[in-house]
Design a protein around this ligand. Structure first.
Ligand code: TXA
Ligand code: MG
Length: 343
């Protein structure tokens, strides 16, 4: 084993000790870093919420290391769950299913469902395996803020107070696709995407359409069934703006930003809106790869790096040429991270 691998092994052993002792730790996954705690420890679960300053109404995803372990967390495991798990696990897909009794209301925010995911990162898998029980893990950021895709982001976010296992930069870079599966009757299902991600609706549809079942897609779901669905999220620490008019002159953009950003409310649905402290003079432009897979990998790291350079505002100009389905998942993050969207 080389020096780096030895160092990682040491970090994993220490993290597992912390987890066994009801503590929370930063865990790399292929999507974003999670703030993990064992699902059977009320102390750990409460610590996840308090560390993140997350309201208790927003449920946590439970991370498992096999389909068998996922089944033990759900009270129902349908042919749809089985087919999707086989097709996309380990990977960036979270299945929302009726919960088993052993999953506490604290994890699910009182909902009767639980979000389950088998992450595709060897360190996350080893941590779950060594602890011996599934790990609840939301993204390791303060509530409403940009998710972390590097170990250093987690350290920065929690002022070095959380132990983090360094699993390098996340290969996907945005959170998992969250899919709600509702059994309506024998062989009859309703599917709904609660959060877009790297597993696309068309890929899910391709798998489900091969099953001998009757199913439909529901576009909008009751807020009660998806409490984490907020207008703002992923916000960097400087005002971020998406401009959907790629023809707008810089002078007009500056005038519009100075006018509109001041008018924003301080808070929306409990999330603090980032507003400028003084007149906007210096705007930095966010440049993302035209390849959406690469853009996803870079997005959060770029939002964080730009914030550290401290321009008056950060702006993404949305060109008309971004059509691939994966861009929808990226726009979801960009629009929510933005204090303002202008046309
Ligand atoms: O990729 C990911 O999913 C990352 C990594 C760490 O696995 N985790 C993550 O967790 O993004 P979090 O807590 O930041 O986002 C989970 C989302 C929230 O919007 C939450 O409301 C939703 O999933 N969710 C979790 N359980 C749910 C449930 N039972 N019903 C509806 N939505 C649920
Ligand atoms: Mg999150």
């Amino acid at each position: 084993m080389n020096e780096r691998a030895l160092e990682i092994q040491k970090q994993i052993v220490l993290a597992v000790e912390h987890l066994k002792a009801d503590d929370v730790v930063g865990m790399p996954t292929e999507t974003v870093y999670g703030l993990a705690g064992r699902i059977d420890s009320e102390v750990a679960i409460k610590k996840i919420f308090s560390t993140k300053e997350r309201p208790f109404f927003d449920p946590l995803i439970v991370h498992v290391n096999s389909i068998e372990q996922a089944k033990s967390c759900a009270s129902e495991w349908s042919e749809v769950s089985q087919a999707l798990a086989q097709a996309f696990w380990p990977g960036p897909l979270t299945l929302v299913l009726p919960k088993a009794d052993k999953i506490s209301d604290l994890i699910t925010s009182g909902l009767t469902t639980v979000g389950l995911r088998w992450p595709n990162h060897p360190i996350a898998q080893e941590m779950i395996e060594r602890v011996g029980v599934p790990l609840a893990a939301p993204s390791a950021n303060k509530f409403g803020r940009t998710s972390p895709t590097k170990a250093q982001h987690v350290k920065d976010e929690f002022s070095n107070e959380v132990l983090v296992v360094d699993g390098d930069a996340c290969s996907i870079g945005i959170e998992s696709t969250v899919l709600h599966i509702k059994t309506m009757a024998l062989k009859k299902y309703q599917l709904s995407i609660l959060r877009q991600g790297a597993i696309l609706k068309s890929q899910i549809d391709l798998v489900v359409s091969k099953l001998n079942i009757d199913y439909s897609w529901i576009e909008s779901i009751d807020k009660k069934e998806s409490p984490g669905h907020m207008k703002h999220h992923y916000m960097p620490s400087i005002p971020f703006v998406v401009c959907r008019n790629s023809q707008m002159k810089l002078s007009e953009l500056v005038v519009r930003l100075n006018q509109k950003l001041q008018e924003l409310p301080d808070e929306v649905e409990g999330v603090k809106i980032i507003k400028p402290k003084a007149e906007i003079k210096k705007i930095e432009f966010l440049r993302l790869s035209k390849d959406p897979t690469q853009a996803a990998r870079e997005l959060y790291a770029q939002l964080r790096a730009a914030s550290l350079r401290n321009p008056d505002a950060l702006c993404f100009i949305q060109g008309p040429d971004l059509h691939q389905e994966m861009w929808q998942s990226l726009f979801d993050r960009l629009y929510k991270a933005a204090s303002l969207i202008i046309d």
